[in-house]
Write a protein that binds this ligand. Structure first.
Ligand code: HEC
Length: 127
């Protein structure tokens, strides 16, 4: 009985530590005009504005993704760095990837790119 309780409390404690770490991570980023964006908000932005083309797993296996030739994240993550992806989301690319700088603030773009990249469960080649 006691042991079970102990484990639950430890588990909860770890969750708090993880949540705090995530918060610190986002707070520590430079913020150009705006508040810190939590990973939950980044996920919401992604689901609303990006998943229709990039898919909820980032691989672009959506109707629109196929039509607009969205490339799979597992390939693109090896091609583009974080700043390059941020720049593409800010400025747009090609005929179908829109510029989001009118809709999203810089910290939101940073956070949504971070979230997008986190969808990739691929193992990154170490250089
Ligand atoms: C209308 C469909 C559409 C929507 C909506 C869309 N994208 Fe894209 N995106 C594309 C296409 C198509 C490309 C490939 C452009 C190219 O390389 O010519 C692309 C490319 C990208 C890239 C470059 C690297 C890669 O993975 O291909 C990033 C990063 C990206 N999109 C992020 C986002 C984010 C973040 C959002 C939401 C804020 C978003 N996109 C919304 C269609 C879309």
């Amino acid at each position: 009985m006691h042991v079970t309780k102990g484990i639950t409390v430890t588990g909860f404690g770890l969750m708090l530590v993880a949540a705090a770490a995530v918060t610190v991570f986002f707070l520590a980023r430079p913020m150009a005009g705006g508040q810190a964006v939590s990973s939950g908000v980044a996920q919401m932005i992604y689901q609303h504005k990006c998943a229709v083309c990039h898919g909820s797993d980032g691989e672009g296996h959506t109707l629109k993704g196929r039509k607009d030739k969205v490339k799979p994240l597992s390939k693109m993550i090896k091609k583009y760095s974080v700043p390059q992806m941020v720049s593409i989301v800010e400025k747009g690319k090609g005929a179908y990837m829109d510029s989001f700088s009118d809709e999203l603030k810089p910290p939101q773009i940073d956070a949504v790119v971070e979230f997008y990249r986190s969808l990739c469960h691929c193992v990154l080649a170490k250089k």
